[in-house]
Ligand binder design. Structure first.
Ligand SMILES: Nc1ncnc2c1ncn2[C@@H]1O[C@H](COP(=O)(O)OP(=O)(O)O)[C@@H](O)[C@H]1O
Ligand SMILES: [Mg+2]
Length: 379
């Protein structure tokens, strides 16, 4: 039998038919950018920030803007940051003439070796030199690279994905300050930042003495609602599978509307049941539990790295996420006191395991699968 193409994808940014477009949200964000208002896009991990940014970038490029997407998720130093900036520039080699001047400038700065022209395409090409010398050089090169970016075009969009990383580099705020300075100096350039750590992003924007105080418009990535359920059903339909709407609605609820997990469950549902013709709640639950179980080892390791108190607090939060400070629950989960609970919650947030919620007495798990696993552990 011929293998059918799985209509679902997960784990990294999606494009094309795997992407559910967000036209209204995209229009909002573009309105800010068109008016040269810098934007910070906040969304939990796995909610589709990078996918959205790629889609927006395509649109803006079509309109003639020079766009760069700098991904700094894995950076630990200025050198890493510079490397990612150069990588973003390099990925635009096929822009040809637009980037040529900037590339030449970078070549002059010895950031990249002299440029070649690719004989088959006629496009300029280059490779990135990575053996930079002193920290002072690297700082200068970062500034030069931004200046070159500003010269790319009349209108430039710089997107920095996983922006909170810049505040985690211990450099006395140099990188933050430098980006802030570039935001002011590059008159034709607008910045779009994305971040997945709410508390860090919030601090960056609202700390009066920080460089980003009131410099950006904050927007939240929208939660994909009923339209997304319909889209998921349509995706099943493309390979002749029907499904109970209720099953998808319930799945969305179970994984706190995390699109990555919705697609992951649907992907495995098909991969493991090639003969399936109809999807119901039972088949969804079964796959969801299997995926949770596959993560059990990682969850156990995580739990073991925490204190006993933190473990109890997590159990409480997993089972009663909406009223964690109730006296009755504090006793039931053997937590010493309200203040002890508060301290634990704080450190679990700083570890990125829990996130604040907008409502009081409520917490959100960074990873909804971890929450499901903890619930099962307790029962
Ligand atoms: N708009 C969307 N339409 C369909 N699937 C999406 C969408 N946004 C996110 N996803 C799902 O979530 C996964 C993670 O998306 P990604 O853009 O990497 O999220 P983030 O950058 O917020 O961590 C994708 O692989 C896809 O399965
Ligand atoms: Mg991302």
């Amino acid at each position: 039998m011929e293998k059918v193409k799985n209509p679902f994808k997960y784990g990294s940014a999606v494009e094309g038919e795997y992407y559910f477009p967000l036209p209204a949200f995209s229009k909002n964000v573009r309105a800010y950018l068109d008016n040269r208002i810098n934007v910070v896009l906040y969304g939990p991990r796995r909610f589709g920030k990078t996918s959205f940014l790629l889609d927006l970038m395509k649109e803006q490029s079509r309109e003639g803007k020079a766009c760069l997407l700098i991904d700094i998720f894995n950076i630990t130093s200025h050198k890493d940051f510079l490397r990612q900036v150069l990588r973003a520039i390099k990925s635009k080699q096929n822009f040809g003439h637009k980037f040529k001047d900037a590339l030449e400038k970078l070549a002059k700065l010895k950031l990249i070796p002299a440029m070649d022209v690719d004989p088959s395409t006629g496009q300029p090409s280059f490779s990135i030199q990575t053996d930079f010398s002193s920290e002072k050089d690297i700082r200068e090169l970062i500034q030069d690279a931004f200046m070159a970016i500003g010269k790319l075009d009349d209108s430039v969009l710089v997107i920095i994905d996983e922006f909170q990383k810049v505040s985690q580099i211990e450099d006395g705020g140099w990188l933050e300050g430098t980006i802030r300075q570039q935001m002011q100096e590059l008159k034709n350039t607008v910045f779009l930042f994305s971040g997945s750590r709410k508390s860090i992003i919030y601090d960056m924007l609202n700390n009066q003495s920080g460089p980003f105080y009131k410099t950006c418009q904050a927007v939240d990535i929208p939660i994909l609602g009923d339209d997304f359920t319909d889209w998921v059903m349509d995706r099943f339909n493309t390979i002749g599978i029907s499904c109970d709407k209720r099953a998808i609605t319930e799945l969305r609820k179970r994984v706190h509307n995390t699109p990555n997990y919705i697609q992951q469950v649907c992907f495995h549902l098909i991969a493991e049941n090639p003969e399936i013709k109809h999807v119901n709640l039972e088949s969804i639950e079964q796959i969801l539990h299997k995926i949770v179980e596959q993560n059990a080892y990682a969850f156990e390791t995580l739990l073991n790295s925490l204190t006993t108190l933190q473990g109890r607090v997590l159990r409480l939060c997993a089972n009663e996420p909406t009223a964690i400070y109730s006296q009755e629950l504090i006793q039931r989960y053997e937590i010493k006191s309200g203040p002890a609970l508060a301290t634990s919650i704080k450190s679990l947030k700083s570890k990125g395991i829990l996130e604040s919620s907008s409502s009081k007495g409520q917490v959100i798990f960074d990873d909804p699968l971890f929450q499901i696993w903890l619930q099962k552990e307790c029962s």
